[in-house]
Design a binder for this molecule. Sequence first.
Ligand SMILES: Nc1ncnc2c1ncn2[C@@H]1O[C@H](COP(=O)(O)OP(=O)(O)OP(=O)(O)O)[C@@H](O)[C@H]1O
Length: 589
Amino acid sequence: MHDRPPSAAEQPPAPGTWRRVVRLFMPHRLAICFVVLLVVAYSALNAAVPLLTQLVFDRALFGAGGPDLPLLALIAGLAAATACAVGVVDLGQTWVSARVAQHVVHALRVELFGRLQHMSLAFFAATRGGEIQSRLANDTAQIEHAVKDTLPSTLSGVIGFVAAAGAMVALSPPLAGAALLLSPIVVWVASRSGRALKNLSEVSQRSRAQLSAIVAERLCLGAVVLARVHGRSADEAGRFTAESLRLSRLGVRSGLVAQGVLSAGHVFFVLTPYLVFVAAGLSDGITPGTLVAFTVLQARLYQPLWQLLHVSTEFRSAQGAFERVFDYLDMQPEPGSDARPDSTLGPGALTVHEATFRYAAGERDRPALDGVNLTLPAGSTTLVVGPSGSGKTTLGHLLAGLHAPTEGSVRIDGAKIGRPSPGRVCIATQEPFLFQGSIADNLRYAAPDATADDLMRACRLTRVHERIMALPDGYDSLVGERGALLSGGERQRVALARALLADASVLVLDEATSALDPMTELEVVEAILAERAGRTTVMITHRFGALDSFDTVVALDEGRVAEHGDRLDLLGDRHGWYARMVRAQTGAA
Ligand SMILES: Nc1ncnc2c1ncn2[C@@H]1O[C@H](COP(=O)(O)OP(=O)(O)OP(=O)(O)O)[C@@H](O)[C@H]1O
């Protein structure tokens, strides 16, 4: 499985990237052909204007019979019509290109979001949020720019160059030779500086992604509190300043290289007419009109070349963006991570058979869980206890289907699970996630059809109803970013109510009441157990001294089951881990 995000920016261009890009555009081939046609028309119309200038000079103004004003008016009319046609064609081309770009980028964004949603938990644990955002926002924006602007610029650059060169050859082959003399040097300078610009653009893109990551990670409530508590706000600002400065310096360097290229272009631009004049002086029969037309055309010759220089840089950046997006699209999603609500709810008997779990394949350290065997009958209530790092959360995740065991199996009602099973198993965690929205929105995430009474019933059970009703907007009160407007205990109780609304046959509580005061915790847990209506309940906790309504206790140690049995029996085993801990927590002799 490809869990860690590959650093695409460091990798050489993947072969076949452009083949994949072409496949992406295949559904839009007709529109792209139309864009090509429009660009050809645009370039041809543009190349026709200097030919009209030649007519003005050689026929209308300085012809054999003197100035011909009707012809001049006709040419002026033609020039105006050509300019209007250029405008219309350009508008049409922009419209079609923008539509193609938006379609392709929309499809990529949606596919990327869908793929990311199904990635393993290990992927999200190992990937910075800013990195994901950067691929979804910056890289797709770069691709959009490439399709909307760079593709047409390239086409018009190539076709414009060919049209201008063709018009020159038609006017005078020797002068065309002189005008094109410097073009190989232009191409060489363009490709060298293009490569330099590409490198700078890649480094800048990485730096931008780094800035996004810093913002996403360090400018959220938890990180700001942490920085203030430890007096590290200035260091955080320093980190951001250093990266921002790096980006600024890269911007200045890119600007310098780009300007250097423009200045070189200016030299060529100034030199070329003189080469043409020298060639005209050495040739016979070159009319002034031809010379004027050449002067106009040479601008059209080098302009597309410079345009191509820039588009080649942008194409390389776009290639990088495509590769980064394809990297994510190529990652293997978690098997069955698109779990649908399960309509075949069983009573919720859990069987764990020889389950071993390793977070990293081939990891040499001891596994997080090592050959665990458990049988938890339907409707049973189990406490999972054990020292920190003993594997309790990992076991909870396995029971909830968030991880599949590396070896062995976990079954509910005899059916093997290795993926979430909505409606069948639900887990509530220590740090629950509440999204921006009202309390009711967050509760209905688990049960979209729940009535207001259902929400209130669940919240009464988790002892948060009164608190919600005391808020100005009751259940419509907003919870803020990740529930920041609620206290830790309120967040946990709202999340617990949400888990109850899921009405699953198995409920796993992973330190889900740790932020409550002991009295409220006891009340909430007792209420959940009393209302459980046959539900299998597994509670992972460090504070179990006062919890005496559970049937069974499982004590884990270093990933193995150290004790498992009837709670009262284990309590009677004076030297057992559970009994010793209960005595320590309750102060009993
Ligand atoms: N995402 C992860 N990647 C790698 N190792 C992990 C990951 N999560 C947990 N571990 C490791 O797995 C082992 C078991 O962790 P687990 O969180 O299941 O323990 P726990 O008993 O719930 O601990 P605590 O009581 O402190 O919450 C630990 O050694 C931990 O470092």
